[in-house]
Write a protein that binds this ligand. Structure first.
Ligand SMILES: *[C@@H]1O[C@H](CO)[C@@H](O)[C@H](O)[C@H]1NC(C)=O
Ligand SMILES: *[C@@H]1O[C@H](CO)[C@@H](O)[C@H](O)[C@H]1NC(C)=O
Length: 456
């Protein structure tokens, strides 16, 4: 061959290997260690319900709920709430009161939700009997349902065991839960059920032999269970939506070393940029400042037009409320306009907990430069231990944290896209191209430089 033919041949080889690598990434594009392909957390109210963990579209897991959270569940379009345990005593989460079953049932009723309790005080959660009892309760409630225990841990076990039993007895049942994927699914959620007593129940329910050396979650430290609202990304990386004032002591207790806030500040580039704060019986995702047609969000007649359910009673908001919608929400750092990052920062500063503001615009496109702006600082925090990265609905931060974790632990594009899917966010060379591009620029430089970026 002459030298020209050689060059042509080499070029062809280069192009074909680039295409192959693209293909292998796309081929992995349905691979997940979750029971079904998850959707972003929270159904119709992701800003209120970012802390739910979807197992299937019908069943979403949670820890012990506050009164406000039960109402948020109603706002999000759920039909029922199921408590695994009998809670006859109130509890609290960082000072926010957690109601008893009887009180919770009353809140559920006002909110139009079905309510049920599964176990008696004497029942063991890691047992065949618990699974049988849950099966019975599930027959009586409408879905989608939120199922909860204290920290979202035991309820995940019992729910998946119920699904494993259905898998065993009904060849047509999907998703198929075998003992092998039970451990994968729970590990992907950051939950560890590899103790001998749980392994024995898994074997008993599935009728399969005890799994030796099942996969263990990578999440650390295990105390993160105490802040069950977070989503485990990988090792020391966690995401969250808008945290509330009462979460701060729990976040510290759970071992987080720093909190990163990616919501917009009060101003951005000199312009007012407050995001909306969540309000009871007011729809998520409506503009803070309004426009020519509609006034600022937090004035009564605008809020009235944004109600989730105009027919709710005023009691839904509080015993002495004069409206059936909420007007402000100081517990989630809301002021008269919307969400105020300044109020949040103040609380962290007073407390001395390391806090960083790295705003990502709500309507912005993602780019290699956007991540580049925060990369060094994020990786620096990553070295110091568990990082909780929050925004409004745990979406922006999923895109940013998975990439940070991938860089800290030298993971590839395929790993990162799989992890995003497992958190409920699908990114590929055809879906959310700007994010795909941002990932490729940092994780797959070789192919990034080959791609025609003019298309973006
Ligand atoms: C499993 O399913 C079978 C068949 O539907 C049922 O008889 C049994 O009670 C179930 N077991 C549990 C633990 O739910
Ligand atoms: C690819 O492009 C980026 C950004 O333009 C550049 O920083 C990097 O060095 C390039 N990498 C390779 C392998 O050519």
């Amino acid at each position: 061959m002459d030298s020209k033919s050689w060059i042509v041949l080499l070029l062809l080889l280069a192009v074909s290997s680039a295409t192959k690598s693209q293909e292998s990434q796309d081929k992995g594009s349905s691979e997940v260690d979750t029971a079904t392909l998850r959707t972003p957390p929270g159904l119709k109210a992701p800003k209120k319900l970012w802390w739910l963990k979807e197992i299937t579209p019908e069943y979403h897991m949670a820890g012990r709920l506050s009164e406000r959270q039960i109402k948020y569940i109603a706002d999000g379009g759920f039909k029922s709430v199921i408590s695994l345990f009998e809670d006859n005593e109130p509890d609290d989460l960082g000072g926010e009161r957690l109601p008893t079953n009887d009180e919770a049932r009353e809140v559920a009723k006002i909110s139009g939700l079905q309510y049920a309790v599964v176990l008696d005080e004497s029942d063991d959660w890691a047992s065949v009997k618990a699974v049988e009892k849950l099966a019975k309760v599930l027959k009586t409630v409408n879905t989608p349902a939120v199922l909860h225990c204290n920290r979202g841990y035991t309820i995940t076990f019992v729910t998946l065991m119920h699904m494993a039993n259905l898998t065993r007895h009904d060849p047509k049942y999907t998703p198929r839960i075998t003992s092998k994927n039970f451990y994968k699914i729970t590990a992907a959620m950051g939950l560890d059920f590899t103790m001998d007593f749980t392994k024995a129940v898994v074997a008993e329910i599935t009728g399969e032999p005890i799994v030796e050396n099942p996969p263990k979650p990578d999440a650390n430290p295990e105390e993160w269970y105490d802040y069950w609202l977070a989503h485990s990304v990988y090792k020391n990386w966690y995401t969250a939506g808008q945290i509330s004032v009462s979460h701060l002591p729990i976040i510290k207790m759970a071992g987080f070393k720093s909190v990163v806030n990616m919501r917009q500040g009060v101003t951005m580039d000199g312009n007012p940029s407050q995001e909306a704060v969540t309000l009871l019986n007011v729809k998520d995702g409506t503009a803070t400042y309004g426009d020519d047609k509609i006034g600022p969000r937090q004035i009564p007649f605008v809020l009235e037009s944004l109600r989730t359910d105009p027919n709710r009673g005023n009691k839904y908001v509080s015993a002495d409320s004069e409206t059936n919608y909420e007007v402000t929400n100081p517990k989630e750092f809301g002021d008269e306009i919307g969400y105020s990052e300044e109020l949040e920062k103040e609380i962290f500063e007073k407390d001395g907990m390391p806090y960083y503001h790295m705003p990502v615009a709500t309507d912005g496109t993602y780019s290699p430069e956007l991540f580049g702006k925060y990369k060094d600082q994020l990786l620096e925090l990553g070295k110091k231990g568990p990082v909780l990265v929050h925004c409004a609905s745990a979406k922006r931060v999923a895109y940013m944290s998975v990439l940070a974790a991938a860089l800290q632990y030298d993971k590839d594009m395929r790993w990162a896209l799989k992890r995003l899917r497992e958190l409920g966010f699908e990114v590929s060379s055809t879906k959310k191209k700007d994010i795909y591009n941002m990932y490729q620029a940092w994780l797959d430089k070789e192919n990034y430089n080959r791609t025609d970026k003019d298309e973006l």
